[in-house]
Design a protein around this ligand. Sequence first.
Ligand SMILES: Cc1cc2nc3c(=O)[nH]c(=O)nc-3n(C[C@H](O)[C@H](O)[C@H](O)COP(=O)(O)OP(=O)(O)OC[C@H]3O[C@@H](n4cnc5c(N)ncnc54)[C@H](O)[C@@H]3O)c2cc1C
Length: 665
Amino acid sequence: MSEKVGVYVCHCGTNIAGVVDVEEVARWAGEQPNVVCSRDYKFMCSSLGQELIEEDIKEHGLTRIVVAACSPHMHEKTFRGATEKGGLNPYLFEMANIREHNSWATSDKEAATQKAKALVKGAVERVIHHQPLEPIPVDINPTTLIVGGGIAGISAALELANAGNPVVLVEREPSIGGHMAQLDKTFPTLDCSACILTPKMVDVDQHPNITLYSWSEVEDISGYIGNFNVTVRKKARYVIEELCTGCGICEEKCPRKVIDEVFEAGLAQRKAIYRPFPQAIPKYPVLDPQNCTYFERGKCKACQILCPTGAIDFEQQDELIEFPVGNVILATGYDLFDSERIPQYGYGRLANVFTSLEFERMVNASGPTGGKIVLRDGETVPKSIAIVHCVGSRDNNYHEYCSKVCCMYSLKFAHLVHERVPEAEVYNFYIDIRTPGKGYEEFYNRLLEEGTHFIRGRVADISEAARFPGEEGKLIVQAEDTLIGKQRRVPVDMVILSAGMEARHDSQTVSLLFGMGCDFNGFFIERHPKLDPVATMTEGVFIAGACQGPKDIPDSVAQGAAAAARVAGLINQRTVLMEPVRASINSETCSGCRICNDLCPYNAIVFHEDQNVSEVITALCQGCGTCVAACPSSAINGAHFTNDQVLSEIEGLLWDVIERQAVPV
Ligand SMILES: Cc1cc2nc3c(=O)[nH]c(=O)nc-3n(C[C@H](O)[C@H](O)[C@H](O)COP(=O)(O)OP(=O)(O)OC[C@H]3O[C@@H](n4cnc5c(N)ncnc54)[C@H](O)[C@@H]3O)c2cc1C
């Protein structure tokens, strides 16, 4: 029996119809073999558009549906739903993308109309070979893994846990808190960062639904939405948590001091056994064996000898902990751009050039100087400070993107300088001031009134090259002031480099571990930048916070909550339906070569030694098609992407060429 195909060509307002002659495409499609009904319609995605499909299926006895409209990312689900409502299996539908792939890509009306015909023809030829498929139901384990305990991960964890769901939070550092724990005050409200963060950290610690593994990392993850198996490496702390009271005697008595490169950004020292900051969660210290006298020379043990509860254990080993989870939220945050990469700014060479995180620690009351703004000598109060915006951001040599937070935190720094050193002159060197956010522009206006000097121009050089009287011992900041068209030479005592946010150095490795993608800059890729910003292309894996792109605290909190809401929605369903687009291996024709075993990015293929054949574990398979293309015996079939379907689509796409050249098909 030949199939009866219905074709629907969408105008999408003028998005498609402004370039493609949709009436002509629909008329032409109606003349193609197997097409019994063909229409064009203003908005196929509207309820009326969908009803057209449902009614035609019943009236004309359609057995296959083609909609030529936008990307399947947008409306494939909508039209599959309409097909199903009409009484057909939803997989007997195919979508031709004549918008993103066509009308948005050209203004040539004739060429676009011709291409739309080719895309429709390809879809018609393909859909004839479609087979009915059934979604695969999978149960959802209610536990969620959250990786990264910054403000985004903390927000996601608390949202889920407060809704009654178990959460496992894995943090790589000794304490949760992330970058927010290092900040002094937060723009634009200037509330103390620790004051608003630490209650949340305590909530995490005390929450009965949250299991926290700090000083830990995910070593392995396998499985699929609803059913992941996770292995976490809990690094040896050399402290028995059950015995430790967090009294701090070990830290106090430890004779070894090292520069604290992480929490104090290199501005202060810590002990070899330490808690990164007083409010750290969990409260247990961590011993750094690389800098411990006992590990180096076999002597000391002061911490062990003086610990009142016997909690120090030099023999402690890393522990591997395995557990199942249903969903994953990645909230691994960002790294600060390394300012040494811009040699002309002198960071690391000129003592009084500081990074923004160093300055955050310096102005912090619990930081290395107790909140005093001083030069690297620890004493001299600067009388003039230059704040250089866009260090590593909006610069084609480093990162083209805007880091979003640097203008605001630079304004915050200027305010803090005025507050602590009222007599100091503050110069903000900026390219553009970007303050989109609630209360942000108002904060900028406030700064204008506080007497900060704003110089519009990218800083070209920072040096100690004094040329004029009074410049001795100063840092000379040079920039072209683009508002007055003149070179400026500003001698200052201190420079703060407002470095941008960049993707974590290991984001590629982490993304591979979780089967996701990274964008050109190394940030994790969301499923859709506008409509699905916290989901990823891997079902059951979500992202939140600055790991997705530069973000301030309010946005990170919002994303954490959004990711939690997505996960909670899945947990509440208990069972989700997975796409039946999966591979399967014909054991009769499988040669047992195992090529597919190694290629599968999802470890979804097992090999049966006794039968010398491979088998796809359907639940693990993501339908990527890698094995199908690689199998030398053509023994692997990709459901919904069979050879018949793909080759027929290609023939359809090439109808024009085939007709013109009279190539026998
Ligand atoms: C100098 C400066 C000042 C700022 N001031 C402000 C301000 O005043 N107001 C404001 O709104 N924003 C400010 N920000 C921005 C703010 O820091 C971020 O918005 C916020 O920290 C993002 O939170 P996050 O949880 O996404 O990432 P992070 O804070 O980076 O936290 C990520 C966490 O994940 C952990 N992690 C990373 N990789 C792994 C892994 N593989 N496994 C386990 N754990 C991992 C990290 O250790 C960290 O704890 C400032 C930024 C800078 C640089």
